[in-house]
Design a protein around this ligand. Sequence first.
Ligand code: GLC
Length: 693
Amino acid sequence: MVFKYIFGEPIETQAVVKPIEETPGSLPYFTTVRKEEGYSFTFRMGDKDKIWGLGQQVRGINKRGWLYRSNNTDDPEHTEGKHSLYGAHNFFVLKGETTFGVFFDYPGAMTFDFGYGKKEEMVITVPGEDFKVYILTEDKNSAGEIVREFRNIIGTSYIPPRWAFGYQQSRWSYGTEEEVYKVVKAHQDQGIPLEAVYLDIDYMERYKDFTIDRQKFPHMEQLIRDLKEQHIHLVPIIDAGVKIEEGYDVYQEGRDKGYFVTKEDGSYFTAGVWPGLVHLPDVLNDKAREWFGNGYQELIQMGVEGFWNDMNEPALFYSLEGLEAVLKKAETINASQMDLNDFLELQPLMNEIANKKEDYESFYHEMNGKRIRHDKVHNLYGYFMTKAAAEAMDRFAKGKRMLLFSRSSYIGMHRYGGIWTGDNKSWWSHLLLNIKMMPSLNMCGFLYCGADIGGFGDDATGDLLLRWLEFALFAPLMRNHSALGTRRQEITRFDQMEAMKEMIALRYRLLPYLYSEYLKAAYTGGLYFKPLAFVYEDDAMAQEVEDQLFVGESIMILPVYEQNRSGRWAYLPERMLLVIFSTAREYTEKVLEKGSHYIPIEEHQVALCIRENHLLPLGPGGQNTEEASKGDMKVLGFVTREAEYEWWTDDGVTKAEGATDEDSLEAKGVRKGKFTVEKDLKKRQEGKKESGI
Ligand code: GLC
C-alpha cells in the first residue's frame, strides 16, 4: 500500500509518475514536530532494525548509524566522514518488527539522522514547508516487495542501448584525434574488446558546451564514423555551465532569450567553472530546457549516440561575487607584514569559495510560471539537465536508444539516464564503496550505474585495477576513467593486462545473462544488484553481509577488495555451486555447503556462486556486444531437481515509441526464451534451448 501525505504546496518534481490519492492525517510511524522552519519526523528504532536505501551515499548498505544529507555536492573526497555526495535519493526501507518504506519528495537540502544523534532515534528533518511524503507498506514485511512497490510508482528505469554494456575507456583528457585512435589501436592490437571511448572536456573549444576544438579534432565526423565501423562509440561530455563569451552562439542565444538563472535583481548569475565565467541554463524552465537540449542536436547528427552530463550539481568553483570578495580581502593584507593571523585568515578564503550555500541561495529559476530560489530545488538541477538531453534525444534520434548518464541526480532521473558515481579515488576502500553503493542505487531506481573503474583520482596499481574489473564486469556501466595528472590507467599499461583482458572477455560471455537480468530489473522493479538480506530475509547472518551481492536471480558474487589477498571469507546462506573463473573459458566448480568458507581466489580469478536449481547462461563472448549476443549459448547450473531460466532480450537499439509502463513487454520489444535443465549428477551440462530466440 502506498500512502501519500502532502505538506504545503509542493514543487512538482515528477519523481512519482503513478497517480496516488492523498491520505489525510499525519504520517504513521513518525512523531511529527513543526519547527520554526519546516518539520522534523522522529521514529524510535528497534535494536535490530535495518535501513536500506538512500542511493548514492557513503558507508554501508545498512545505512544505520550516520547522518546523511541530501544536498547534491561536487566533492571529490568520498571519505566516510562525508554527509553528501552528488545525488539526492530520499527513499529508504526500514526493516524490523515493522517494515515500511519512506520517500521524501523534497528537492531542497534535507537530513536523515539514522541513529547518529541518538542511537535508537531516526530523525528526518525537512527545512521547508512544501513537500510530499510517501509511506509504503506491504503485507509480508518484505524489503524487496516494498522496493518493488516504490519502483512501480516512480516508473520504469532507463534502458540503455545494448552496446553500452560493453567495455568503455575514458580519461581526462584524451586531447586529440590521434590520441583517440592510439587508444583504440592499443586495445585492438591486444584483442581487447572496446565499445566506447569518452571525450572529456578537452574536445571542446575552451570548454564551451556544444563546440568542437577543430585544431585538435579537425575530422570529428570522420572519427565518429571510423570508430563506429569498428563498433566503437565516441561519448562526449557536456557540462552544465555555458561560457560567457561574445560571439559564442549558445551564450548569446541563452542570454537574449532569458534562459539563464537570474539573481534577485533579475541579472544573470555568474559563476566560475572549467571555461572561466559561465551562466547556468535554467533547465527547470520548460522552454530553456528545450533550448539547452537543442545543443545536443549537432553532435547527434554527426553520429554521436551517447553523452555524459557533468558538473550539474551544479558545481560552482566560485561565484563572481564570492571571487570578488576574496580578492578584495586579499588586497587588504600586506604580504611583507603578514602575521600568522593574516595567514590563517587568507588561507581558507580560496579553499572555501566553491559550492557555497550563500551562492546557491542567491539565484532563481522560472519553473512552471513561478520564480523559485535555487536552494529550494537544488537537488533537481542535474536531473533536469539530463531530462533536457533525454528529451532532445527523443526529438533528434527518434526511436533510438541512446547512452546517457549524469553525475548529479534525484529520483525521477532514473527514467532518463544512469549515473556514474563521480570522482572516486584509486583506493581499495573505494572499490568496497562501489560494491556497497550499487544495490542502494538500484533500490532508488538507478540501474545503469558504475564507478570509475580503477579510481578517478590518485594512481592506480595493476592489482587494484584487476580486482576492480573483476567486480565491475558485473556492473551495467563498465567504464575505466581517470583524472588528468594521474598514472595512465588503460589496461594495456599494466603487467596484469592478460588477466584483465580475460576478465573483460568474461564480461562478454556473461552479457546475455547480465542484459536479461537488467531488463527484468527495469521492467519489474526488481534489483539487479541485490544485498543478501533481500534474498534471505529470515537469515540473520545474511542481513549483515555487505561484501557479497546477488547479481540477478542466479548468482552471488564474491569480490576481493583488499590488496595482497589471494582469497576471502564468504558466507553461504544455503548450499551453492562455487564457480571460479580463471579466464573467460576456464573455470572450476565445487559444491559448498551452507555456512562460512574461506575461498582461495587468486589475483587473476573471479568467484561466484550459483544458487541451487538455478542456471547461469553463458554466451559465446566476442569482440563486441553484437557478436556476444549471437550464437550458441550454454548454461552453467547447479541442478539437483530441475532448473529453469527465463531469458529476456530485445534488439538492443530500439526505444519502444510512446510505450507506457502499462504496455505489455512484447509491445516494448522484449522477447523471452527459456532454458531448462533436468537433474544431472555431473552438475554441469549443456543447456537445452526450449523456445524463443
Ligand atoms: C569532473 C568529472 C570527471 C571529469 C572532470 C573533467 O571532475 O567528475 O569525471 O573527468 O570533471 O571534466
